[in-house]
Design a protein around this ligand. Structure first.
Ligand code: OGA
Ligand code: CA
Ligand code: FE2
Length: 493
């Protein structure tokens, strides 16, 4: 039957209860029902059900796209949660805030994609996507030469302090502090549980202790100095480990003398207030950052001041993340005021980092992103065959991505993923980055961090509290990480 062209045509035809004998509805042919009226009614119902299901699916899809894209609804306030919008719903009396703000996340499209952005009147900037993991962009000419000069001069006028103080010995021994036995510590360090401590197992956990950066070489030197690895196989057995005190490595290095180059970071920095009354250049930069990130202005206003960093020749900053992971117990430094809890997990909750290059570095000093756009992220594979990818004094050339410091260029990236509902989600583990060693000349950068609490309620409560303070006090939050002796003076400029 299907081989006949006529039959084929008949099957293609829409059933309609037509009186043409050759074009009978399929139900008639299949079920042998008698009345074509009943058949067309049941067909009608089937079609209607499918039609409704289809419409329902389309609507559901539209909702999904709308809420998962994190794009800001133009009808919504560009202002912060609970703050400042005339038509925003009043917070319910229980102190809960309705979610009426979502955070824009700039779309990276693909690596190499360039989008034009309007940040200052009469000028168009180009923003290039450098990576998607982390979501990272570069904007050449974000700051003018004059602005770069003013920021460096203001920082010098204010005075810079060591970013990391030299380590002091004589702290309480780690094992005593933690109340753990040597066996317990050994077991925690022995990641692959083979009963031996490989170099990389020690380094993964103890690369940084008291601000000193351990390399495979100085670990070997320590083994030799302490005669720790008796059989010289490069591994520590439990027996060998037991003979060492828990801070023997640190103690050894301190005895031998620690150089600045052996610290996690080797730079000086200061903080510049950007609120009302601050130098116009600093206020302009804040305003431009708000336009660039498309975040509510209040969020940017309430973020940390501008951090200006100066690296001398030989300066570096080993790879790190600017903000910590989010656990249910994590509190953010900037919203502690609203958290009314205490927790051992406190972090600065820097949703975005905007990094500005204030000069063009003659040699080295790139910002490296060791695992940018890696297919996977694996903590252990950061150290392989004595190559530590986080070591920016030695292994920047093996980083997946490096940005050359060029005067006026800004880069910015997200330290957290989206939660899929328009707010901050988990920490982006790919956001690891560091400053490569400066080989020629010096390097000046500035950081603008935008602080957002992943807990929407806490961010909203915090903003509510700050908005009740007198204007000059609420103008800019205190610098969460600004060292105390300087945070009190950052409003002088
Ligand atoms: C920082 C930082 C990178 C650089 O200051 O947190 O990562 O290139 N700086 O200086
Ligand atoms: Ca092991
Ligand atoms: Fe950083």
């Amino acid at each position: 039957m299907t081989s006949s062209p006529d039959a084929a045509r008949a099957e293609d035809t829409t059933p309609s209860g037509s009186s043409t004998p050759r074009l009978r509805p399929p139900c008639e042919r299949l079920s042998g029902c008698q009345k074509s009226g009943v058949c067309s009614r049941s067909y009608f119902w089937v079609v209607m059900v499918f039609f409704h299901l289809y419409i329902f699916n389309v609507i559901a899809l539209l909702f999904y796209v709308h809420y998962s894209s994190g794009q800001e609804d133009p009808n919504r306030s560009r202002d912060a949660p609970s703050g400042g919008r005339a038509d925003s719903p009043r917070p319910p009396s229980g102190g809960e805030f309705l979610r009426d703000v979502s955070l824009t996340r700039v779309d990276g499209i693909r690596v190499g994609h360039v989008q034009k952005v309007s940040l200052v009147p009469g000028k168009v900037h180009e923003m290039r996507t450098l990576s998607l993991k982390p979501l990272l962009f570069e904007i050449p000419g974000f700051l003018s030469d004059d602005e770069c000069r003013v920021v460096m001069q203001l920082a010098q006028l204010k005075g810079l302090m060591e970013s990391q103080l030299m380590v002091q010995d004589g702290q309480e021994e780690l094992a005593k502090e933690l109340n753990l036995s040597a066996e317990e510590i050994f077991n925690l360090l022995d990641i692959n549980q083979d009963g031996q401590l490989q170099l990389r197992e020690i380094l993964t956990h103890s690369r940084v202790r008291d601000g000193i950066w351990l390399t495979p070489e100085n670990l070997r030197e320590i083994y030799a100095g302490l005669k720790a690895d008796k059989n010289n196989d490069g591994l520590l057995s439990l027996k060998e480990f037991r003979l060492l005190s828990s801070d023997a490595f640190q103690h050894f290095l301190l005895q031998r003398g620690v150089k600045r180059s052996q610290l996690v970071r080797n730079s000086r920095h200061t903080w510049l207030y950007q609120g009302q009354g601050a130098h116009q250049v600093l206020q302009d930069i804040k305003e431009r950052v708000t336009r660039l990130t498309r975040l509510p202005p209040t969020l940017v206003d309430l973020s940390e001041p501008l951090q200006v960093v100066h690296y001398e020749e030989g300066g570096h900053y080993h790879a790190h993340r600017d903000s910590g992971p989010v656990y249910p117990e994590t509190a953010c430094t900037h919203t502690l005021l609203a958290a009314n809890t205490s927790t051992p997990f406190e972090t600065s909750c820097r949703y975005i980092t905007v990094l500005f290059y204030l000069n063009t570095v003659q040699g080295g000093g790139e910002t490296a992103f060791p695992v940018a756009d890696n297919r996977t992220y694996d903590e252990m594979s950061l150290i392989q065959n004595d190559v530590d990818l986080l070591d920016t004094r030695r292994n920047c050339d093996k980083s997946n991505l490096r940005v050359r410091p060029t005067k006026g260029t800004a880069v910015f990236w997200y330290n957290y993923l989206s939660d899929g509902k328009g707010w901050v989600g988990e920490q982006d583990e790919y956001s690891l980055h560091g400053g490569c060693v400066v080989t020629h000349g010096t390097k000046w950068v500035a950081n603008k961090w935008i602080n957002v609490d992943p807990d929407y309620q806490r961010q909203a409560r915090y903003q509510q509290l700050v908005s009740q303070l007198p204007q000059d006090e609420s103008d800019e939050a205190p610098a969460p990480n600004a060292d105390t002796q300087h945070s009190s003076v950052h409003q002088e400029l």
